[in-house]
Design a protein around this ligand. Structure first.
Ligand code: ATP
Ligand code: MG
Length: 355
């Protein structure tokens, strides 16, 4: 049986700690299930590597990664290294070159997680954030008209093709998973060029999916609805910036950054997709052994789903929920006093009973 080949980029801060636990859980699955084979290769690219070599990955880094079935990514970020380097020389080149134009972020309250909302309704929806264009472009610059007047312009790039492909992905996902509604985040009343195109393209795509309702909300109102009626959402699509903000808000509703996973997907499967917790390197808790590994373990579950092993993906989430519900082995962010390693091991142990 051929093994899935996984590139592991642990990165900086808590990245290596949580990634180690995700690999531990995948290794446990391999022991349990004779039909599942997986191999890992680690790459030490990150801030330490940059400080030593003057670049954050080798010049053939992308070629090396391209050979893998998927990438498991920790986190990068270090105060000694400018964000421009970690973001524009590592994360963005991977996302853009591998055409990972869909950023998927489940907003789901797992059993055993308390929400800050009093409302006890289940929260379970999927946000698809456009990951390749939009507001996060490096097109723009500073202008000096007179010495005292300085101006900055930052351009947003919205293309018909870019919106079409993320919208189609979201509607296809909705169809496959029997969802009845897709919600689009917009602001075409004030951002009248780019967001109007966004609306037009989303509406055109929606016409091909007659059974699925399209709800379009202005981003400011939508942020409020996330808090007021999170149970009403099924699938949400948003531009790069709007999706970034909405998913951090969503994460806060369902247990915080410690339990929030993501996938950067190349839907065509031409290039590897990349899976990572949405949190950063968390320098404030790095090296303390108390980072919650659940976000990264759940990201590994998304990876297995993407690779076609939905059964094992579901088993991992089930194991996480059992550990959460028992409430005995939790990191401090969830009110416990266990370590990163203890939580990883508890989830790996549970899996032995489930697979
Ligand atoms: P970066 O610059 O790499 O994004 P950051 O300073 O923005 O790092 P984040 O990693 O985004 O930090 O984390 C923000 C806050 O959430 C921090 O206070 C951190 O302690 C907390 N946090 C993030 N991830 C986890 C985790 N896995 N477990 C527990 N707490 C976490
Ligand atoms: Mg951050």
């Amino acid at each position: 049986m051929t093994a899935y080949q996984i590139a592991v980029l642990p990165g900086d801060g808590i990245g290596p700690d949580v990634t180690k636990e995700a690999v531990k859980v995948l290794e446990a699955l391999k022991q349990q299930d004779a039909t599942f084979n997986i191999e890992f290769r680690e790459f030490e690219w990150g801030s330490e590597y940059y400080l030593k070599h003057g670049h954050i990955m080798p010049s053939n880094g992308l070629e090396q990664l391209r050979e893998f079935d998927a990438i498991l990514f920790g986190a990068v970020g270090d105060k000694r290294v400018p964000d421009e380097v970690t973001i524009w020389e590592l994360i963005m080149p991977i996302r853009k070159n591998f055409q990972q134009y869909v950023n998927m972020r489940p907003i789901r309250r797992l059993a055993g997680i308390e929400s800050p909302l009093k409302n006890d309704q289940p929260i379970d929806f999927m946000v698809f954030r456009e990951n390749a264009e939009g507001e996060y472009s490096n097109i723009g610059g500073r202008l000096y008209q007179q010495q005292s007047q300085e101006m900055a312009i930052q351009n947003t790039v919205i293309t018909k093709q870019g919106v079409e492909r993320i919208a189609k992905y979201a509607f296809e996902y909705a169809k496959k998973n029997n969802k009845s509604k897709v919600t689009s985040a917009t602001k075409s009343n004030a951002i009248i060029h780019s967001m109007k195109l966004w609306d037009e393209v989303v509406e055109a795509v929606a016409k091909d999916y007659g059974d699925i309702e399209l709800e379009s909300n202005f981003i400011d109102a939508l942020a409020a609805y996330f808090v007021m009626r999170p149970e009403s959402f099924e699938v949400v699509i948003a531009s790069n910036l709007f999706g970034d903000i909405l998913t951090d808000l969503g994460a806060a509703l369902v247990g915080g950054l410690g339990v929030s996973p993501s996938g950067n997907i190349n839907p065509e499967g031409e290039f590897p997709s990349m899976f990572e917790a949405i949190h950063g390197s968390a320098p404030d808790i790095a090296g303390k052994g108390i980072a919650n590994p659940i976000a990264q373990i759940w990201s590994a579950a998304l990876m297995l789903d993407h690779l076609g092993r939905t059964d094992l993906s579901t088993a991992i989430v089930e194991a996480i929920e059992q550990v959460l519900q028992e409430g005995k082995v939790l990191t401090p962010d969830l009110g416990g006093n266990s370590t990163t390693q203890q939580v990883g091991s508890a989830i790996a142990e549970k899996l032995k009973q489930l697979v």
